[in-house]
Structure formats: C-alpha cells, structure tokens
Design a binder for this molecule. Structure first.
Ligand code: AMP
Length: 397
C-alpha cells in the first residue's frame, strides 16, 4: 500500500494548490480526439475545489521540445475541462508558462477557482529538472499535488523539481490508484501469480524479467523477445528479431527460473512470414524450427492455447507487451487470445500501459480488466521494482 500522503491527508482551504496532471491528449486540428485523460483527472480536481483550494493545473502536451508550439497549446484543454467541470477553467496563456498572465490569474483567484497553465514543455528546462523553472512553479503555490502517473518515472521540474521548494507535496487520486493496484499486484498478489511479458526486445525488458522472477509463480514470454530465448536454447530462428548479445542472459534467466521454482513458459510454435508485411506468405511452424528466410511475427495457435489455459489457473495476472505484431491483423491472434483469456478470468488483471492497454481497449475488453495502467513507461519501471521519482518526491505518511 502507498505510504505517501494524498489529497485526503491535507487541508487546502484557502491555499494555492498546484496540480501536475496528465493532459497529454491527442489533438487533431485543435480538437481533442480522446478525452479519457481529462475525465480521469476530474476526481482530484473536484475534491480540491470542494475543499476550497485555489486550484492551479499544469501538464505537458506532446513534445514541443522546449519552445512554444501553438498546435501543442493547452488552450483547448481549458475549454473542454470547463465544460466537464461545469465551471470556468481560466487559461493562463504564457509562452514561458509562469509569466504575467499566470501570476495575475493566480493573484486574482478566489477559493475554489481553477487556472490552467500553458504546456510545461514549452520550457526547455522542464525535462532537465532545471532549478529556475522549478522555483517559478513553486512560487505560484503553497501545496503541490502530483496526479500524473504517465511521467512519474521521469524527474522533471513540474513533478519532481518543484517539490524541493514547496513544503507540502502529495499524490492525487489517479496516482494513488495506479500505485495501489500495481503495488498490490506485485508485492502482495493473490496466488498463483502469472506475469505475461511481450513486446519487441529482451534488452528493454531485462530488469522486468529479473524482478518478476523473484515474485511470480509463472512467467509467460511472447513477442519478439522469445526468439533470443529460442536461439540461446539451440533453435533456428530464421530472420526473426534476435539479440545475439542477450542469448547468455536468456539462458541465465531460464536457470534463475529453475532455481526459484518459477514456471517459465516459452512459445512452442510460431506464426512465421516471409516478409514483414500483413500480405506476406504465412505458415505455422514449431518455435525451434523457423526456416531460413522466414520470421516469427506472432505466437502460434498451440502457444496461444497454452497461454490462455495458464491464465485460467491464475488468481493474479500482470500483462505487459503484445504477443506478436498485433498492428497487422494476420499477426494479432496471439495478443487477442491472451486479451480474451484475461477478460474471461475472475483473477485480478493488471494491464501495464502502452501496447497491451491499447490492444485490450481496441478489442472492447477495457471494462473487463481490474486495472489498466495509464502509463506505459512508468508501469514498466514499476514492474522493474524501481522507485519512481515522481512518487518518491511526495511526502511520506
Ligand atoms: P515494446 O515497445 O517493446 O513493448 O514492443 C511493442 C512492439 O513489439 C509492437 O509494436 C509489436 O509489433 C512488436 N513485436 C511483437 N512481437 C514481435 C515479433 N515477433 N517480431 C517483431 N516485433 C514484434
């Protein structure tokens, strides 16, 4: 459980509260095309307004790379938030984020008012956790609330730097929910605990595999990284994704799993293609016998069945990374089968952001999962057992 102070542990009446939100929403021609992140931020904002705080919101949006880019302004977010909240969200249109508009707007606030600052990444120091911008942000507020899980694995001015200059720093409801679900699943799981890892490369999942082997009963591996395991164990992988340098590591992980009594499941068959295209020639072959000139782009049907059956035996399942190149319909079966198995089980199901979250939502299984993390990178680092800087910066209980 989270040992950090949250918005429930403080009194914000009459205080200026800076809230770091995740308003990184997709925009096309100034129109917000998916407002899930705005809706997800409402409970914390409403709570602070109801408690009589002067609520100053901030967020990044896209990658303006340290300079004002009108197409990445948060202005449309202020308009939509006003509608969603049924009260004015005053937009402080300063290209330097903390400028004359922001200062005047904050000075004029009454209890319960809301102001939104401009895109924090208009400032080059933001992603470098620079002191000047951190202090400027802190000068606007008495209390800081971090409710942006998506950036919690990064130390930036608006989520970490600012806390050095504010006495009270707590987490919001969204952040608390993420940490409670991910933390409980990993540290205190109902067993059997099964983790499913996919995605492209072993090299990017090393710390996750290592950390999870200490926690799970079964570790299932799919996606591009399984071919490094196959090759290491003497199989032929054709022209599948392979990281030769990680073959020894893969063998070490197989040994570690054995030593820990963890069941490590690797694919038994593969859907292979003669080129990286949905229109390629396709066949199913044993995992260890991928012919020269062919590449594995999805787990095979036997493997998908085996993985789905294993999910049925679990009481807790954590999933990160697709089982194949699911963006191409002919290689989506493995990912879809696993998603369906998770949707059908009564187990606690936690989806760790990014591609697996997108796959689950696209298939319409979103509401069947216990928790879908809003942060791909952050949830992965959480599964690696790392302390996230954005969480660490909040006051302890
Ligand atoms: P990651 O960002 O590491 O989670 O990787 C996600 C990407 O891995 C997706 O875009 C998938 O298309 C890709 N992927 C999954 N399986 C394979 C595979 N067998 N070969 C190549 N890429 C894959």
């Amino acid at each position: 459980m989270l040992n950090k102070k949250s918005v429930d542990d403080i009194n914000v009446k009459g205080k200026r509260v800076l809230v770091r939100c995740d308003f990184n929403v997709p925009l096309i021609d100034g129109k917000i095309t998916d407002e899930n992140r705005l809706v997800a931020a409402l409970p914390t904002i409403k709570k602070l307004v109801a408690d009589g705080g002067k609520v100053i919101l901030c967020s990044h949006l896209g990658k303006p790379k340290g300079e004002p880019k009108p197409e990445l302004s948060l202005a449309p977010v202020a308009v939509r938030l006003s509608e969603l909240l049924g009260q004015e969200v005053k937009f402080a249109a300063d290209s330097e984020v903390v400028g004359p508009n922001a200062k005047a707007a904050v000075d004029a606030m009454n209890d319960g008012d809301i102001v939104l600052l401009e895109n924090t990444r208009y400032r080059a120091e933001e992603t470098k956790n620079g002191e000047v911008f951190s202090k400027e942000l802190a000068s606007l507020c008495d209390v800081f609330v971090n409710d942006a899980f998506g950036t919690a694995h990064r130390a930036h001015c608006s989520n970490v730097g600012v806390t050095k200059y504010v006495d009270t720093a707590v987490v919001g409801y969204l952040m608390q929910k993420e940490i409670d679900f991910l933390g409980n699943a990993v540290e205190n799981p109902e067993r059997p605990f099964v983790a499913i890892l996919g995605g492209s490369k072993v090299s990017s999942k090393i710390s996750v595999i290592e950390n999870l082997l200490d926690k799970v009963d079964t570790l299932i591996i799919g996606g591009g990284m399984c071919f490094t395991f196959s090759k290491a164990q003497g199989g032929s992988v054709g022209k599948s994704l392979l990281e030769e340098d990680y073959c020894q590591y893969a063998l070490d992980m197989v040994e570690k799993a054995k030593a820990k009594g963890v069941k490590l499941l690797l694919p038994v068959d593969a859907v292979v293609a003669d080129e990286f295209s949905n229109d390629a020639n396709i066949k199913v072959v044993p995992q260890a016998e991928i012919p020269e000139g062919w590449m594995g782009l999805d787990i095979g049907p036997e493997t998908a069945k085996l993985y789905a059956e294993t999910v049925k035996t679990a009481k807790t399942v954590v999933w990160n990374g697709p089982m194949g190149c699911f963006e191409m319909p002919n290689f989506a079966n493995g990912t879809e089968t696993v998603a369906k198995a998770l949707a059908e089980t009564d187990a606690v199901t936690i989806i760790g952001g990014g591609d697996s979250a997108a796959a689950v939502n696209q298939l319409g299984y979103g509401d069947k999962m216990t928790h879908i993390s809003t942060g791909g990178g952050a949830s992965l680092e959480f599964l690696e057992g790392k302390e996230l800087p954005g969480v660490a910066a909040a006051n302890d209980k």
